[in-house]
Design a protein around this ligand. Structure first.
Ligand SMILES: Cc1cc2nc3c(=O)[nH]c(=O)nc-3n(C[C@H](O)[C@H](O)[C@H](O)COP(=O)(O)OP(=O)(O)OC[C@H]3O[C@@H](n4cnc5c(N)ncnc54)[C@H](O)[C@@H]3O)c2cc1C
Ligand SMILES: Cc1cc2nc3c(=O)[nH]c(=O)nc-3n(C[C@H](O)[C@H](O)[C@H](O)COP(=O)(O)O)c2cc1C
Length: 763
């Protein structure tokens, strides 16, 4: 094949090498606009895995690269005058220029024709004689831009400013240094990449950048300022720039996140940063470029595979890897962009949060990397929770938690789940067994399903209620069982279905109106849940008074039944949620429009409940922190204000769910997908939160808690299928301080033994 490689960065060079290795007959011309020794940036980092891939693909260049790598294991985080050092992270670094020189030599040796100082044209006609044109011209690819329409390009320019410096100060650990200036926080990502040079990237928020005057400063002045800010880390060494070609402030870049729906068009293929970028804070851009190159060369040389099939396979296989890395990179980018949120953490938690920011590194990964450090975090967490120093580390999920006078034995919660198994609102034997079994399973807190404050407030005829004296007796039987036989506390979730009422039970069709016997429904406005649901009656002030009275009566009954805690359900499109989200609240009176107005009725209900619920017992509120409809609905930023408003009205905990407020919304699902909202509300709104949503491993729970993303963690579906979820997690962690019903102690001991044996065998 005759191939034109446009761009001589890691992607273009390594692709050319990988093609020649597979078939020396390929004729490859590589065009690079710079000279061989010109390069922006300083060092790049890889993981051990990437080096193994390079060795397998080309042992010749692989071994030169490997022999020149600077290797280090430690990460140091400097914050608030303290240094947190953890180990076992295994990084390797190499100078970008050195890497390119090694690849250039190897490409030449294999017969690739290298043309430097050659600006490649974006006009495809100029490559008429070539079978393939590889656009490896980086994140700002001119070729991609010229043919943009064919690639489905999505570019986000991130907000922080950064400058990629070098320095002769040799950092022995990967160093994150955070410094406060008069204009805000500034931080450095620094690492050694050869015997006497380190990369030193300085990053900051745009306001800080402007506040420090960097938006109008010449480079020399900016460098002097950064040297002053980071003087204590640089030991008198200078910061060096190789961005002299850029005018003063222009050397301060904003990261461009590039994502393309398609990576090829006819015989033009995007490779490396031209196709996708990953934020520098996870150091994976070069790895992606190199691994793309290996895969592309492999499929193009596979006998019997047509070009189109090869490209389809290339895309299919690499896409998954790229998306995973881009997700991690997004989390990491957002962490640095939201730094203010975490600055109140103690240094040890700040460091943990930083290390787990991409969500690729979890609690158990940290244990593998540096057990003593992780155990230090666990001891710190337990000591904080107990208010006294402890010597024995234990997983964060088993730390106690206090809400007003209520003591929870641990941080695991059985999330509210409608069972649709009541008759006339009455919970029955099913509920006794259901809640009884889950309370025996070891969670610190158990929620009832949405328990309705009136017959019309039910979602379905099967919903449980608390609006008649018989309901009190029926619930008391269950509450008494839980208190007498388990260590769990019991929270009553109270709600009113509003526009989503009068529908069939879940397994007969969610949100489908009844075949007969429908009752009229009401909401903030006459906006139906969907085209097939009833048009609700907009609530009058008299309706509001009546509903408020119902909530208050139910709270009183909850007290009689013996519940430890009450939650107001103001999420998921039900009555109170229909007021909060602007998607369904179209009112023009005092209850619609601004957020204050939309919150007026839900807050009125909450305050009325709080007034009759004992002051020493806690209350929570479940909210939908994101309508998943962009600015048209509730956004996570607005959810911080919602959480704060309820906290100021006396809520002790915000139960942070999301969505189900608009039938056509587009949630972004994934592991722990709603946890970022719990994090934001907790750390910006400074209110305790509970995370929920696709959290299913104890590793998730521990990571969320130790990183301070939430105070409690609720699991719903995992508890449906495994009532003993917490006991199982305790057995796996060989953790003994958990309440096990005495009747089940033998099972617990056997499970712990078996799991320990399995773990030993695996190790
Ligand atoms: C601050 C910062 C730090 C980073 N740190 C790391 C790290 O630690 N680890 C890591 O793996 N990655 C890191 N990266 C990312 C990494 O640099 C890129 O992901 C990687 O270089 C991508 O390789 P590439 O070959 O696709 O693109 P590039 O390296 O950008 O190469 C593109 C080449 O094309 C040339 N070119 C462009 N247009 C033309 C044209 N019209 N004609 C001819 N030539 C042209 C350019 O001169 C350039 O040489 C970092 C990036 C930044 C910005
Ligand atoms: C069968 C079922 C019923 C549910 N009923 C309720 C409910 O009554 N009240 C509520 O706030 N959330 C309810 N939810 C939502 C859960 O509490 C939880 O937020 C959601 O399932 C995501 O958590 P998970 O991924 O752990 O399942 C229900 C979920 C399920 C699966």
């Amino acid at each position: 094949m005759r191939i034109a490689c446009l761009g001589g960065g890691p992607a273009g060079l390594y692709f050319a090498i990988s093609m020649k290795l597979r078939d020396p007959a390929h004729e490859i011309d590589l065009y690079e606009r710079n000279r061989p020794d010109d390069t922006f940036g300083w060092g790049v980092v890889f993981s051990d895995q990437t080096v193994e891939n390079l060795m397998a693909n080309d042992p010749v260049s692989g071994s030169i690269i490997q022999s020149e790598f600077a290797h280090w294991d430690d990460i140091e985080v400097h914050i608030h005058g303290q240094t947190m050092r953890s180990s076992g992270h295994g990084f390797i670094g190499i100078g970008r220029r050195r890497l390119l020189n090694i690849l250039q030599d190897r490409a030449r040796e294999l017969g690739v024709r290298l043309h430097f100082e050659h600006e490649a044209s974006p006009d495809l006609d100029s490559y008429a004689g070539f079978d393939l044109v590889i656009a490896a011209d980086g994140a700002n690819s001119r070729i991609r831009t010229e043919h943009e329409a064919h690639f489905g390009v999505d570019i986000q320019v991130r907000k922080n400013r950064f400058f990629w410096f070098g320095t002769q100060k040799v950092f022995e650990a990967f160093t994150f240094a955070f410094e406060e200036t008069e204009a805000g926080w500034v931080w450095a990502h620094a690492y050694r990449f050869d015997d006497n040079l380190s990369t030193f990237i300085v990053e900051m928020a745009p306001d800080t950048w402007a506040g420090l005057g960097l938006d109008r400063m010449e480079q020399a002045e900016a460098i002097a300022l950064c040297e002053r800010i980071f003087a204590k880390y640089l030991d008198g060494h200078a910061l060096m720039s190789n961005a002299a070609h850029l005018e003063g402030p222009e050397a301060w870049l904003r990261f461009r996140r590039v994502l393309c729906e398609r990576w090829s068009y006819r015989n033009l293929i995007l490779l490396g940063d031209a196709a996708h970028t990953a934020h520098f804070s996870i150091g994976s851009g070069t790895k992606l470029a190199l691994e793309d190159s290996i895969k592309l060369a492999e499929v193009l040389n596979r006998p019997g595979l047509s070009r189109d099939s090869a490209l389809a396979e290339y895309r299919e296989e690499r896409q998954v890897e790229v998306l995973k890395l881009q997700n991690s990179a997004r989390n990491s980018t957002e962490w640095f962009e939201s730094l203010e949120r975490y600055l109140h953490f103690e240094p040890i938690q700040f460091a943990y949060s930083l290390l787990t920011r991409s969500q690729r590194v979890s609690h158990e990964n940290l244990r593998l990397r540096d057990k003593p450090w992780l155990e230090g975090v666990e001891r710190w967490f337990q000591s904080k929770a107990l208010g006294t120093p402890v010597n024995d580390p234990a997983p964060p999920m088993f730390a106690p938690y206090r809400l007003r006078r209520l003591e929870l034995a641990n941080r695991v919660v059985v999330s509210p789940m409608a069972m649709y198994s009541a008759r006339d609102g009455d919970p029955n034997d099913f509920h006794l067994v259901h809640y009884g079994a889950r309370a025996q399973g070891g969670a610190g807190l158990l929620y009832t399903e949405m328990t309705c404050v009136s017959a019309e407030g039910r979602i379905t005829p099967g919903c449980a209620g608390l609006y008649r004296p018989e309901h009190v007796e029926a619930w008391r039987r269950i509450v008494d069982f839980v208190h007498a036989n388990t260590g769990a506390k019991f929270c009553l979730q109270l709600g009113h279905s509003g526009p989503k009422g009068s529908t069939k039970v879940g397994w007969e069709g969610y949100d489908v109106p009844l075949d007969e016997g429908n009752w009229p429904v009401m909401a903030a406005s006459d906006v139906p849940w969907s085209a097939r649901n009833q048009i609700p009656r907009p609530m009058t002030r008299a309706d509001m008074d009546e509903v408020r009275g119902q909530f208050v009566a139910s709270v009183r009954m909850g007290l009689e039944a013996g519940f430890d805690m009450v939650e107001l359900h103001a999420a998921h499109g039900y009555l109170l949620s229909s007021f909060i989200t602007p998607l369904t609240n179209k009112r023009s009176d005092d209850y619609g429009g601004s957020l204050d107005n939309r919150l007026r009725f839900p807050l009125e209900i909450f305050r009325a409940m709080r007034a009759v619920w004992p002051a020493d017992r806690p209350m929570s509120v479940r909210i939908s922190a994101n309508d998943w409809m962009g600015e048209l609905g509730v956004t996570p930023d607005e959810a911080v204000l919602i959480g704060r408003a309820f906290a100021e009205a006396g809520a002790d905990l915000i139960d942070v769910s999301a969505g189900q407020t608009w039938a056509d919304c587009a949630p972004v699902y994934g592991r722990m997908f709603q946890t970022p909202f719990a994090d934001q509300i907790r750390n910006e709104g400074r209110v305790a939160t509970m995370a929920v949503g696709n959290i299913y491993e104890s590793d998730h729970v521990n990571s969320i808690l130790a990183a301070g993303r939430a105070d409690l963690v609720a699991l719903a579906r995992p508890h449906l299928i495994d009532p003993m979820w917490t006991l199982r997690a305790a057995a796996a962690a060989d953790h003994r301080s958990v309440h096990v019903p005495p009747q089940y102690l033998g099972g617990m001991a056997q499970l712990a033994r078996n799991l320990a044996r399995e773990a030993e065998l695996k190790a």
